[in-house]
Design a protein. Sequence first.
Length: 144
Amino acid sequence: MNRSKEKSSGTKSVILLILTGLLWSTGGLLIKNVDSNPLAISGIRSMIASLVILVALGRPKFTWSLSQIASALSYSATVILFVSANKMTTAANAILLQSTAPIYVALLSVWILKERAKLLDWVTIIMVFGGMASSSLKAWTAGE
């Protein structure tokens, strides 16, 4: 790949990352401001996402394999639960719960997949948990 294509690709990547961060950052706020049922909001969000993915990647190949169905159900549950959590509590609480995912993945991979947790896994868990705990403590002591 020549230099101009590399630079163009890098610029596009940065723009897409900024856009992604902006959309993720405003997700909780937008969910709060929509006066509708969490399932309806989840459905509309998923419909918009599927159109974006269709435009970006083209028509997907459905094999109806167990892993494909399990992934779809898991992701559907994730979206519905995230939107429901945002509607029922503060966006900060919902995001705090969502941010604990690396902890669950590391702990459950030992139990379910029989993978050995590495030192880096445990350091990451401690740092993620510590960061969330300190943020929560700071907000709690400030009376938020």
